[in-house]
Design a protein around this ligand. Sequence first.
Ligand SMILES: C[S@@+](CC[C@H](N)C(=O)[O-])C[C@H]1O[C@@H](n2cnc3c(N)ncnc32)[C@H](O)[C@@H]1O
Length: 315
Amino acid sequence: MSRRHFAVVKLANKGKTNKKTLPACRLPGGRIIKFAFTGLNRFDLWRGLLKIPMSNGKKRLKFMIEKARPYQQLAILYDTVMEHVNYKQWARYVLALIDKYGAGKQTVCDLACGTGSLLPYLAGRKRRVVGCDLSLSMLRRAKEKFSGQNVPLICADFRAVPLTESVCDAAVILYDSINYLHSGEEILNLFGEAARILKPGGVLVFDAVLPYVCREVFDGYEDVRFLSSDLGYRRQSWFDRQEGVQYNRFQIYANGQVFEELHRQRIWTLSEWREIIEKNRSLNLQAIHGDFTFRNVRPKSERAHFVLRKPGNSA
Ligand SMILES: C[S@@+](CC[C@H](N)C(=O)[O-])C[C@H]1O[C@@H](n2cnc3c(N)ncnc32)[C@H](O)[C@@H]1O
């Protein structure tokens, strides 16, 4: 390996170093080298060193990594990343929570619907669903899935939803979507907005992972997947215990380009959650269930589901 090749590889990598997950590469002759920079994996490295042409026929010696907003590029691979999730069962569980604590479920709004995987399972013969999400790229994928079906999709922040007052029997925010809010104040704003769109007696159901799972499972987690030589992703995850923040860095390889998205999610302890919920004046806490059961959550639960209810009974 010549000095020039190193220079080429280094040029494109001005990011921070995450020593835990340094990419390694075995050179001819068996020597293993580790690279003290992020942004490259073995795949990139060999492509660069061997000067393998990209799909557009150009030789790519520099690896330009473009920064993207969360889900802007990941949207194309999101359903692949989530292949392991059983949305049908999840919807069944959430509808059971709404039945148990709510006053009805004729209109359900998924306030962070993403690519809409949950929507068909939430919908029913007599149940209308509405999908809302902040990311237009995610909603575009959802729209492709529901073309020809009457599923309203809204691009909005879940703290300012363009729906009139008291229209929903239930609102849901699932798969750690609420963790994109980083302060108690932002969560209180969200509760206020949910209370506005819910009918009296309506419920808000949201889920969250707890610090135990982030420490045990997602700190140091790494995942690489390619659907073809030019479409794939690499995820590196770590949990900052002091900040209480789960980081997921995705490198997305698509159409001969490499994009990077850094996702930051605030992970609250159960007592922090209780403290925030107690401060809110618009919704009453009904339950915090753990592990997709109706049992009370524990600090080591894999996932917590929170149910909050708007006071009153719908007419
Ligand atoms: C992990 S994905 C979950 C998507 C979907 N609930 C699922 O289970 O597949 C998180 C979603 O939350 C959305 N999101 C994050 N912050 C949001 C906000 N302030 N308002 C609305 N959606 C938001 C993101 O755009 C993303 O689609």
